[in-house]
Design a protein around this ligand. Structure first.
Ligand SMILES: [Zn+2]
Length: 224
């Protein structure tokens, strides 16, 4: 069923070429292969999981049911958007900020138990300072690629979910700047440890919200 559907999906594109040669008025139809690519996807009828392409694994990666009943469908999407989304800029770059936040929270907890003056403590503080610089940079990169991704995926940046994501990203960035200032501008001592830990817990909460809301948008794709 899947293979037949896939072939049907390709049929309009190949049929369009001879007819557009015969009739100039249809030359620049939306089906023109230079402007529109038909993004083929397969969908699991059991859980709704979708995946790009026509090839399917033996079982659904999401729910484990047999993929023999997977149905294929196509989303007409401009070639430029298709190429941009294929780079997966936001899904990849957005992993850094949550990883840095969680690592910094963990390192702060370890430092609270370690002797800050010993060699291990000094190395910990150095690591915290380096990661405190990388955290705001990673948030800015993730937000920038998120805006590019939203424009390519849903062709809007002002839906309620996207505005909420941007607001939480701005809060995340402000918290990371405050944590960075604490880590770099003053000696990192026991007085710094508690406020820094609180800031990292809040940063991790922002990262968690952004990751969860982002996964809702993973399969969103507005046609054409
Ligand atoms: Zn499934």
């Amino acid at each position: 069923v899947r293979k037949r559907n896939a072939r049907q999906g390709q049929a309009p594109a190949t049929d369009a070429a001879p007819s557009s040669e015969a009739d100039n008025s249809t030359m620049k139809s939306p089906a023109s292969p230079t402007k529109t690519s038909f993004k083929l996807r397969v969908r699991c009828p059991v859980c709704g999981f979708t995946q790009a392409g026509t090839r399917t694994p033996k079982t659904c990666p999401a729910c484990g049911s047999s993929s023999e009943h997977f149905e294929s469908f196509e989303v007409p999407i401009a070639a430029r958007r298709s190429r941009l989304l294929a780079l997966r800029l936001h899904p990849i770059s957005s992993h850094a900020a949550p990883a840095f936040s969680a690592t910094l929270l963990l390192l702060t907890a370890v430092l609270a138990l370690a002797d800050a003056a010993a060699a291990f403590g000094v190395a910990l503080i150095g690591t915290i300072q380096v990661l405190s610089v990388l955290l705001p940079i990673s948030i800015i990169v993730a937000a920038a690629t998120g805006l590019i991704d939203a424009q390519a995926r849903v062709k809007r940046r002002t839906t309620r979910l996207l505005i909420r994501k941007l607001a939480v990203s701005a809060l995340f960035l402000a918290l990371s700047f405050a944590a960075g200032a604490l880590a770099l501008l003053k000696p990192f001592d026991s007085a710094t440890l508690l406020p820094y830990g609180v800031l990292m817990a809040l940063c991790s909460a922002c990262a968690l919200y952004l990751g969860r809301s982002g996964s809702q948008l993973r399969n969103a794709l507005v046609p054409e």
